[in-house]
Every structure is written in C-alpha cells, then in structure tokens.
Write a protein that binds this ligand. Structure first.
Ligand code: PEP
Length: 249
C-alpha cells in the first residue's frame, strides 16, 4: 500500500511572530478544502511553540535541527526533548545547509536522528548530491552512502521520513528531470528494502529542491516520490497550498 504522502515546509531562517498569519491562512484553506495529504511546517526554533499552540488538526509543526544530546553544556543548541516539549512532531536532520555550514557528517546526522526517535518524534533525514558529484556520475554512490550512514537502525516506515534533496536544486529554481528523480528515489527504495525488509516499502521518500506549484504535479507523480520538502515556496500559504493541491485528484 502506498504511504500517506507528506508535504513539509522548511522555513529555514525566515519568520517572525507576525508570520503566524501564514500558518493561520494555511490552516484555514485546509480546514475549508480538507487536507489531501499530511502537511507539516518547520519554522525556526523561536516559533515552534507558538505555532504548535496555534495550529489546527490539519498542519503539524516540526523543527529544522536538534542536538544529539538530551541536555547539557551545549550553548545555543536545542535538544529533541525541548522540541517535543514545545509541541514539535517532526525534526529535519542532515539538511544540506547544515551538512555544509556546520560540517555535519552522516554519523552526526544519525546521532541526531537517534535522539529524535528516542523522544518519540519523527526525523526527516535529508540526503543529496552536489552538482559536482552529479557531474562526476557519483549521485547514487553519494546518496546511498548518506542514506546508509544517516538512517538509524531503529528507523521504521512509521517513525522515519527520508528526503532526497539534490544540493544544486535547493533554492536555485533548477530541478532534476522527472526521470532523474525517479531513478534516485527508486534506488533509495531498493536500499531501504534491502536493509529493512518489507517495511522498507512503506518509508516516505520526499523530493526536495525548487518544488513550486507549477512543477509539483509532475514531480509528485514520479515513481517512489511520497511527498515534498519545500523551502522557499512554503513561506506563503498561497504557494504552499498550490503544491499540496498536487495530491487533489
Ligand atoms: C530545502 O531547503 O529543503 C528546499 C527544498 O528549498 P527550496 O524549495 O527553496 O529549493
């Protein structure tokens, strides 16, 4: 059975308290029209608690990162336990901007994902190749290596989401072709089945990288694509609902 798709918004370092108007607008549209898939917004840490308190039953709230430890002397960091306390249901880990800006290895990402699972929250584990890796024909090697290194042993289809995000497609307006997306997602699916058995068929594998209302239909229809991780186009409810509409038949 195909898993319930997930369309997740990653607000990155964007959003002030007034931005709750966009969450309110999203909730209003989905309450009026119904939600055809699971919908998630991951605002910056400063807004997680307020958004979790304000959201309705159609939009879940998540976070964009966490520390691997539960508490302690880690100035400026946030733990999965804190995010759970704030009302988060999901935590993005291993986003390419964190792998690049903060030198996060797959081992570090796996430790974060384990911390998320330990709190009963769901990690969204991000993987993806750079443009030079793609040009060198290394896409599958890189992506499957990150998958093996970043996904915890305790992951299941029910508790973990994978997001394939080619680094060169993030925020650039460029996307792989539908065939290229399908090739990578199908390889990820095969690797999940090889590692987790039949449960591997149920993991949601999101595509991320310049998803917009006008390309969502074709990208979401690609083989083994079970939703989207959306950056820029998740900031405005009008754009984000246009992407969610890809799941209305
Ligand atoms: C992202 O950062 O996860 C992302 C997919 O960004 P964008 O949609 O803006 O390319």
């Amino acid at each position: 059975m195909k898993p319930m798709p997930l369309v997740a918004g990653n607000w990155k370092m964007n959003g002030l308290r007034a931005s709750q108007a966009e969450l309110d607008a999203l909730n209003a549209v989905l309450t009026a029209k119904g939600a055809p898939c699971e919908v998630l917004i991951c605002p910056p840490f400063t807004l997680v608690a307020a958004f979790a308190a304000a959201t309705g039953d159609k939009v879940a709230i998540g976070a964009q990162d966490c520390h691997a430890k539960q508490s302690g002397a880690h100035t400026g960091d946030i733990s999965a336990e804190m995010l759970k306390d704030a009302g988060a249901g999901y935590v993005i880990v291993g986003h390419s901007e964190r792998r690049a800006d903060h030198g996060e290895s797959s081992e570090a990402v796996r430790a974060k994902a384990e911390a998320v699972l330990a709190e009963g929250l769901k990690p969204i584990v991000c993987i993806g190749e750079t443009e030079s890796e793609r040009d060198a024909g290394k896409t599958l090697d890189v992506v499957l290596g990150q998958l093996a290194g970043s996904v915890p042993t305790g992951s299941t289809a029910a508790n973990t989401v994978i997001a394939y995000e080619p680094v060169w497609a993030i925020g650039t307006g460029r996307t792989p072709t539908v065939a290229e997306v399908a090739e990578v997602h199908t390889a990820i699916r095969s690797a999940l089945v090889a590692r987790f058995g039949a449960d591997g068929t149920g993991f949601r594998i999101l595509y991320g990288g310049s998803v917009k209302p006008d390309n969502a239909n074709e990208l979401m229809a690609a083989d083994n694509v079970d939703g989207a991780l959306v950056g820029g186009a998740s900031l405005k409810a009008s754009d984000f609902t246009g992407i969610i509409d890809a799941y209305r038949s």
